[in-house]
Design a binder for this molecule. Structure first.
Ligand code: PDD
Length: 285
């Protein structure tokens, strides 16, 4: 079934959805994005995604394409037109179409706004039942990973490198030997009863799921340490997991072929997933 997408004010069948070859998103990766999960036709953590979008736009001095009320209405209309029960809504804003120039285009150039849906299971996934294997790879990205830009070549290459090593996903590692994050998710280990995840800085994306999981872990009495951890520390951990809008909380069962614990999803990862899913479904709009 062909999807109905949204492009600059119009709802269009995907075959008719087009942007200019001069769009700066296409020519310069001059754009930002958000991915919001839909379960039961409702949006998870929508306010968080809008807050981060606002921040990303601000950091890049990019105009907002429209109001957040309009963006909510567009998300809901795409859910309705595509009868989307479970899946994702992808939103991308770029600095618009303009003559190719490293300088920003003239004031008043309209940002481009594109949204599309991607149907698929979120709650029940094989990756959650069996846990994922990760491989560590060098983090080749730029220095402002806190901005959710569409420059996704380095994480795409990281994921392919991990797959070539027989893993499901990559954990990217800085030159200092500390894990930054997954190719498209935040990374956690559990050691000595503590949940450890890298602190917020320009080195990682400030995950919306991470914010909820860190809060919920503390609320359920878990000890959370926000600090960097090395690959060696991760391999010696009792368990590990990742978080993202699409993965929610997904257990990691091995790192570079080294099994964690007994090699099956750990109890704390499972518990965090249950708690996160229950809370986010209750708050979905
Ligand atoms: N990725 N780190 C990176 C590098 C990411 O790309 C993402 C999200 C996250 C998790 O952020 P959140 O919890 O807000 O989804 C962390 C999205 C899902 C993607 O690119 O598909």
């Amino acid at each position: 079934m062909s999807r109905i997408t949204y492009v600059n004010g119009d709802y269009l069948p995907e075959a008719e959805a087009k942007v200019s070859i001069f769009d700066r998103g296409f020519l310069m990766a001059d754009g930002v994005y958000e991915v919001t999960t839909v379960v039961g036709g409702k949006l998870i953590d929508f306010a968080g995604h809008m807050a981060r979008l606002r921040r990303s736009l601000g950091e890049l001095r990019m105009d907002a394409p429209t109001s957040e009320d309009d963006l909510l209405a567009i998300h809901r209309e795409l859910v309705r037109r595509n009868a989307l029960e479970e899946g994702l809504i992808y939103l991308q804003v770029t600095r618009g179409a303009a003559d190719r120039d490293f300088a920003f285009p003239p004031a008043g150039t309209k940002p481009s706004l594109v949204l599309f849906t991607q149907a698929g299971p979120v709650l029940e996934r094989e990756s959650v039942r069996r846990g994922i294997k990760v491989a560590t790879v060098p983090d080749l990205r730029w220095a402002r990973r806190d901005i959710k830009t569409v420059q996704l070549l380095a994480p795409s290459l990281a994921k392919m490198e991990a797959k070539a090593k027989g893993a499901d996903d990559a954990w990217m590692v800085g030159e200092d030997g500390f894990v930054t994050e997954g190719s498209s998710n935040n990374a956690y280990i559990v050691a000595g009863g503590k949940v450890v995840t890298r602190h917020l800085s320009n080195a990682i994306l400030h995950g919306i799921t991470r914010a909820s999981v860190v809060r919920l872990a503390a609320e359920t009495g878990m000890n959370v340490e926000e600090r960097p951890f090395t690959v060696a520390e991760a391999k010696a951990a009792d368990e590990a997991f990742i978080t993202s809008a699409s993965a929610f909380v997904t257990p990691v069962v091995s790192i570079d072929g080294v099994a964690l614990g007994d090699g099956s999803p750990g109890p704390i990862a499972k518990r965090m997933r249950e708690v996160y899913v229950a809370e986010s479904l209750a708050r979905a709009i």
